[in-house]
Design a protein around this ligand. Structure first.
Ligand code: NAD
Ligand code: UFG
Length: 323
């Protein structure tokens, strides 16, 4: 059985779908701080399989200990975490507590119960200001906000455990910009507040829930002056995790970028979104958003070579709103 922390969230729920479909038994631990309990039924509806769910917090070591004693967990897929960059700047301790202390509790409980395989959701944000592009896994890490530091701290904990225990296997997956949803339309990215990220914001503009898109800066050194990112379809992303599970037979600490290897500017994404959904998006050019990098995208070759995985969904398909 797989223990999936944060498994009712955006990426975790998509992972739960593909993991159940691949024949794994899945136990989700989620405190519902950024998700809804009804996602469990939605995942079950899509897969026609049952999803075990415990409402609880990864910082609750006693609960974790009980879980590892009660269930036979072969590996942990660790999605649980807070991810809003601006909030992490305003409330750094909340982020260190949830993301770093939470991961520490999880790792202690794993160690106490001799569970020694984990896949961790990290982020391209650990690289910071690009020294060169595309970012490969050897690019220096230099986060520019507390959220990024929490991800890097957890990576370091995993690296150090693997050094101390040569049977431990830890895979850090550095996601680029996940977009899109399961083709059923039942699950997807559904932030409770006004979205920070481009794609959920675009969807709200398309649904007339927000009046227009603010394009944060058109004077960057990119093709059209707007920010450039590597948008990866969430179904491709979670398939990458299935490949990573097979790779856990290799003890040690491993890092893989999960991206497409291609950069897309804000205006290019808006244009693809308009074509995919046959609509026109109202937009206004605004000043740059504080803390934004001009451009970054992944070198995705290592995951292809080692995990035998690559992103295959087109940008147009990723932009199509499913209902
Ligand atoms: P999400 O907020 O939709 O999902 C995270 C889930 O974890 C939520 O269901 C939330 O309730 C749960 N959670 C948070 N803290 C918890 C705790 N202490 N105990 C138990 N459950 C807790 O976010 P997501 O987009 O699905 O991201 C999943 C992971 O991937 C996160 O770790 C995030 O930092 C990382 N990541 C996301 C992106 C992205 O753009 N979405 C990019 C890079 C990395
Ligand atoms: N943008 C807009 N308008 C918006 C939102 C975003 O123009 O309303 C622009 C941004 O300026 C940027 C691009 O769209 O150029 C992408 O912005 P997102 O907020 O969607 O994504 P980021 O690359 O800024 O950050 C996201 C996550 C980070 C994560 C990073 C890499 O928020 O936590 O992807 O995985 F680290």
């Amino acid at each position: 059985m797989l223990l999936v922390t944060g498994g009712l969230g955006y990426i975790g729920s998509h992972f739960a779908v593909v993991a159940l479909q691949a024949g794994y038994e899945v136990l989700v631990l989620d405190n519902l701080s950024n998700s809804h309990a009804n996602v469990k039924e939605k995942v079950e509806k899509i897969t026609q399989k049952s999803l075990d769910f415990i409402e609880g917090d990864i910082r609750d070591e006693e609960l974790l200990d009980d879980i590892f004693k009660q269930y036979s967990i072969e590996a942990v897929i660790h999605f649980a975490g807070l991810k809003a960059v601006a909030e992490s700047v305003a409330k750094p301790l909340l982020y260190y507590d949830n993301n770093v202390s939470g991961s520490l509790s999880l790792l202690k409980a794993m160690q106490n119960n001799k569970v020694n395989k984990i896949i961790f959701s990290s982020s391209a944000t650990v690289y910071g200001e690009p020294k060169y592009l595309p970012y490969d896994e050897q690019h220096p890490t230099n986060p520019i906000n507390p959220y990024g530091y929490t991800k890097l701290h957890v990576e370091h904990m995993l690296r150090d455990i693997c050094t101390a225990d040569n049977a431990f296997a830890a895979i850090t997956l550095r996601y680029f910009n996940p977009i899109g949803a399961h083709p059923s339309g039942l699950i997807g990215e559904n932030p409770k507040d006004i979205p920070n990220n481009l794609m959920p914001y675009l969807i709200k503009v398309a649904n007339s829930e927000l009046p227009y898109l603010q394009v944060f800066g058109d004077d960057y050194e990119t093709r059209d002056g707007t920010g450039e990112r590597d948008y990866i379809n969430v179904m491709d992303l979670v398939e990458g995790h299935l490949s990573a599970i097979n790779y856990l037979v290799n003890a040690g600490f491993h890092v893989f970028n999960l991206g497409t290897g291609k950069g897309t500017t804000v205006l290019e994404l808006v244009s693809a979104f308009e074509t995919a959904n046959n609509i026109v998006i109202e937009k206004k050019i605004k000043s740059r958003r504080e803390g934004d990098l001009a451009k970054f995208w992944a070198k995705a070759d290592l995951a292809k070579k080692e995990l035998h995985w690559e992103a295959t969904t087109s940008l147009l398909d990723s932009c199509r709103i499913v209902q």
